[in-house]
Design a binder for this molecule. Structure first.
Ligand code: ZN
Length: 403
């Protein structure tokens, strides 16, 4: 298998052995050539040849920090973490977030651009290009260091073609992201659903590192799940797998943007929290939210409810607990469907983590089928607001490292 990409002096011959060695150095470095040969069961000459190539391409450097029992210190290998960067994009409903990370997923640069109302396909692509240009050519980062661009896009994505098939927040279809960005920037471009990139980011650099079977749930303006099964993202037959925002929770619930009633995201996503708060506040329920928004209910959003809860507002705390119970039903369905080791909750709404967690845990405790089901670990995202964008960077890293 070879890739067609050539960047400067850096030509990539994709080889499985090379990726495995590279990943071993990433996860276990500093590590000696002998130890790599032992663990991979490759012959020492094979390891030596591949390591030589990795050093030539500057992915790996030698270090002599190793301990030795007498004799000279062994030469160890480690990842040249800051030699290469990747650029990740998280396309939300109102903003596009851009991050630059090194080979260890450490943030090196971030920026964000607003997405106006009712954007067209062209607008989405042009905002993407603007953000990429800003990070590549602002003078702060050396454009020659970049291995590629990853994009986490909400909605249904075809990762093979790199096309956003349907972005419900914009009501847009068939945005040729990969084709357009490759044309303009001449580097690897990978596109994936944002909940899946979040899950991938947590699997590589966050709270999912030890869990080959896990789910990342992205709770923001909508709700989506990335399902990792045996260390691989699961897409289903037509890339719809994980659309748990549209799992029906209440047959007579509110109408969803998808046309159905009582979908999980009509009860637990950011706009749902705001809608429920508004409706109840209008009936005159006491809450400090009335003061926080100066009586203007239009200003009520998830953030305000969270702020009020932090200030001890009973109304807001109850509302977030209730939201947690709805989420808990969605997560219980996930547990019973794919039985993950862990579920990681991320996205904007997860900022209200502590208030949600109580409701989530209570629900799973009361509804879980077995003790093992009830024990499923539920944690908040470690990578936080940048999880989807960092995970988008991993899409590029996956081209080089095999886990
Ligand atoms: Zn729906």
């Amino acid at each position: 298998m070879t890739t067609k990409y050539t960047r400067g002096s850096f030509q990539l011959m994709k080889s499985m052995n090379r990726s495995i060695i590279l990943n071993m150095i990433r996860e276990e470095g500093p590590i000696s050539r002998a130890e790599i040969a032992k663990q991979t069961r490759l012959t020492p000459p094979t390891v030596s040849n591949i390591v030589k190539e990795l050093i030539n391409t500057q992915f790996v450097i030698e270090t002599t920090q190793g301990m030795s029992k007498g004799g000279r210190k062994p030469t160890l290998l480690e990842i040249n973490a800051d030699q290469f960067y990747t650029l990740g994009i998280d396309v939300g409903t109102f903003h596009m977030k851009f991050v630059v990370t090194n080979l260890f997923g450490d943030l090196k640069d971030v920026t964000s651009l607003p997405i106006g109302n009712y954007p067209g396909n062209e607008d989405i692509l042009s905002i993407m290009k603007q953000g990429i240009q800003e990070l590549l050519y602002s003078g702060k980062n050396d454009p020659g260091k970049f291995l590629g661009i990853g994009v986490g896009m909400h909605g249904i994505v075809d990762p093979e073609e790199g096309v956003s098939l349907f972005a419900p927040s914009f009501q847009l279809r068939n945005i040729p992201i990969k084709e357009e960005l490759e044309k303009d920037f001449n580097m690897i471009v990978k596109v994936e659903n944002d909940a899946r990139t979040m899950t991938l980011g947590e699997y590589w650099f966050g709270n999912g590192n030890d869990a080959d079977n896990m789910v990342g749930v992205n709770v923001g303006n909508g709700i989506g799940a990335g399902m990792m099964i045996k260390g691989r993202l699961f897409h289903g037959e037509n890339n719809i797998a994980g659309e748990i925002g549209h799992v029906t929770i209440d047959l007579s619930g509110p109408k969803c943007t998808c046309g159905n009633y009582g979908c999980l995201q009509t009860l637990a996503a950011g706009p749902a929290i705001a809608d429920r708060a508004r409706k109840e506040l209008k009936t005159g329920k006491p809450s400090i939210i009335h003061e926080l928004v100066d009586g203007d209910f239009e200003k009520v959003d998830g953030q305000v409810v969270y702020q009020a809860a932090c200030e001890g507002d009973e109304f807001s705390i109850d509302l977030l607990n209730q939201t947690g119970r709805y989420l808990g039903i969605g997560l219980t369905n996930l547990i019973h469907t794919i039985n993950p080791k862990r579920i990681i909750v991320g996205g904007g709404v997860s900022n209200a983590g502590d208030f949600l967690m109580k409701g989530i845990e209570e629900t799973i405790q009361s509804r879980g089928l077995t003790d093992k089901a009830k024990e499923t670990s539920i944690v908040l995202s470690k990578l936080g607001e940048h999880a989807s964008a960092i995970g988008a960077c991993v899409l590029v890293l996956e081209e080089f490292f095999v886990r």
